[in-house]
Write a protein that binds this ligand. Sequence first.
Ligand SMILES: [Zn+2]
Length: 391
Amino acid sequence: MVLVVIDGMRSDAFEQAASSGRAPALQFLRDRGSYVRDSVAIFPTITPAATSTLVTGEVPARHGIPGMCWYDRDHQRFVNYGQSRGVAMAEGLGQVVEDFLVYLNHEHLSGDVRTIHEQLHELGLSSGATNFMVFRGPFEHRLEPGLMERLLFRKHLPRTVRGPKEHYFADVVRGPADAGGRRKRGRGLERHTRHNDKWAAEVTRDLLEQGAADMILFYLHENDHVSHHGGPVTQVDNLVRADEHIGSVLDTFGTWERTLHEAGFVLTADHGQTAIGDDAEHVIEFGEVLADFRRVKPGPGPDPLEDHDLAVCGNGRAARVHVRGGQRSGPRGVRAGRRGPRGGGRAPQPLAPPGRPPGHRRHRRGRDGPHPRVPAGPVADPVGHGPRPDR
Ligand SMILES: [Zn+2]
């Protein structure tokens, strides 16, 4: 089975692309499959949180990955899985790589949840993944960094990571089937083009051809990046490109019909993208709103929250505000907000500091860590789901 995940694809973008005549693979899969239109993304709709939900079936409060950037109280520092170039410069590129390659999968992702790879393994089935950032699985893989990675990331690169049997990640991890290995291995920058959809498609196709895994997670991440850059209006063009890669996987056994006979396909997305206005009504300037509070400034090494009021983590269309622990009402003045956001909207409500219960263990972070329990409220999405962090 091939689980195709297109990052940031909304249902309406999928429909437009599939009926445009320019995305024959999407159209083929839609025509031959069953289509669930009203799928709902988790909150926040940020890739690491949403992809963790896809492979664990759990909400962020349980799986422990709250977004792209958050504040780790245990280690008194900002965690960043790759939010922006600016943050990478402040924290150090090596730290970002380590957060994402090591900590996300092996520490932050709660030990209380099972990934799809772990669950399939328990059922006696094998699995694979291409470039997917949440990959924890039962098989240990040695990292094979090139000279460039070693120079850039030095001590931050682990020796091994635990993933599915056929785990492929850019240039640094590959599975026993050596899928995609026939492609001529370039040098220098050419090597670093492997973290892309084309290569993911080649690996998926190879794995299918070899029958190397019962389930292959084929991840196409480029749609999300291009949509962030060009806005959601570019989605159909982006999906046409993704469609070519899916088409090349459907070519595996000669004809698309034959490939569909040999393998089942599931196509989904982690969340969608919507346009956000740049006027005052749509933008909260945290720098202004929180100007009166002492905020922790990120930098290399620990960023202690002691002697400060807040740690603020931008996450694109969402933000996390971590209040110094110990008092549930937060530091003085925070709850009411001293100034409203630009444009006179409501001041952002602070998140209650979760504190750290006695006997707190790191692997229980998903329940007791940085993810406050939000009481159920009147807010609900079109299918009637409200915030449900703690089922
Ligand atoms: Zn995403």
